[in-house]
Design a protein around this ligand. Structure first.
Ligand code: GYE
Length: 324
């Protein structure tokens, strides 16, 4: 190959490589940041609000978003992530349905030099270089707060306290953290007994279904507490309790997670006794991270969303309107 041919070939290679991604030129007003977002589904009111927050924050931030709903199927999420890689988006963000199974596709994103932000739920990986940043709730802490409420609520009681748990999607970070934190808060307090626990996938219909099963299996008087990993399952369970003539919040103590407006209303009227907040409005923070990462800024590897607890011992009038 002569010198001219060699020069032409290396120029072609440079052009090809830059076209194939690598580092894009800094996006500006003319070429806005392109974000590929894989949402895990639309299983709950929390999720609907979360998707709204992500989409509207992208619009406000002038970020072009490619948004895919995986309908609760990790295979769909992997497909979406691969399509973002093929499209050469500037940055990917996704809420993983479950914790494991992402290493290969995230390795592909890394090879294409597309940074990844993990949102809401976490992944379980030995290779932390597979993501640039994670923005999550502290689910373990949420579970602990649920347990601590029970310690207070039943502080004067000597006899056993029997608990039914409606758990979230199996192998998802919120289900794992909310279960573990709860159990650890109660450990060492022998009177608490989790008599029944089943995964209701964070869905109202399954909350209904499982609560029916519970009432078939146990006498209502034998259940002291319902701990539900999210509001939608709580709403399903409350319907069933009412249909059976059981007063939720009075005959059975209820703890719910998410703090949607409806569950806070239930807390105020005494239908629910404790509501653990889980904040779905992460859109603005995701966009801020996306922008900073794309412009090469260093960002914290893991950020927890700030959250609180509302319960019957607190000042229920001061709870701000939820907006979801
Ligand atoms: O609590 C639940 C949703 O991952 C924090 O998923 C989220 C949970 C939320 O379906 O309602």
């Amino acid at each position: 190959m002569n010198r001219r041919a060699r020069t032409a070939l290396s120029l072609a290679c440079v052009l090809l490589l830059s076209a194939c991604g690598g580092t894009r030129g800094a996006p500006d007003a003319k070429s806005p940041v392109v974000l590929g977002y894989s949402q895990l589904g639309d299983e709950s009111s929390w999720r609907t609000q979360n998707s709204f927050s992500i989409k509207s924050a992208a619009k406000r931030a002038g970020i072009k978003i490619m948004f895919e709903d995986a309908m609760q199927d990790p295979a769909n999420q992997i497909k979406a992530l691969r399509s973002f890689i093929a499209y050469k988006v500037d940055v990917i963000a996704f809420s993983p349905l479950v914790e494991t199974g992402w290493d290969m596709v995230l390795g592909e994103a890394k090879a294409a030099r597309i940074p990844v932000i993990i949102v809401d739920r976490m992944i379980d990986t030995a290779d932390e270089s597979l993501y640039a940043a994670a923005l999550c709730s502290d689910f373990y802490l949420e579970g602990r707060k649920a347990g601590e409420f029970l310690l207070r609520k039943f502080s004067g009681r000597e006899t056993p306290v029997s608990i039914v748990e409606l758990a979230g999607t199996a192998f998802s970070t919120p289900a794992i953290g909310r279960s573990e934190g709860f159990r650890e808060a109660l450990a060492g307090h022998g009177k608490f007994e989790i008599r029944f626990s089943e995964d209701g996938d964070f869905m109202q219909s399954k909350g209904r279904e499982i609560m029916k099963k519970v009432l078939d299996r146990f006498e209502a008087e034998d259940i002291d507490v319902l701990y539900s990993h999210n509001d939608d399952m709580t709403f399903g369970a409350i319907e069933v309790l009412r249909e059976a003539g059981i007063a939720p919040g009075r005959d059975i103590v209820i703890i719910s997670v998410d703090a949607t407006q409806r569950s806070v209303d239930y807390l105020r009227e005494g239908t629910v006794n404790c509501v653990i907040e889980c904040n779905p409005n992460s859109g603005p923070q995701v966009m801020d991270l996306a922008r900073r990462i794309v412009s090469g800024e260093k960002v914290p590897k893991k950020t927890f969303v700030r959250e609180t607890t509302f319960d019957e011992f607190g000042d229920l009038d001061s709870i701000p309107a939820r907006g979801y």
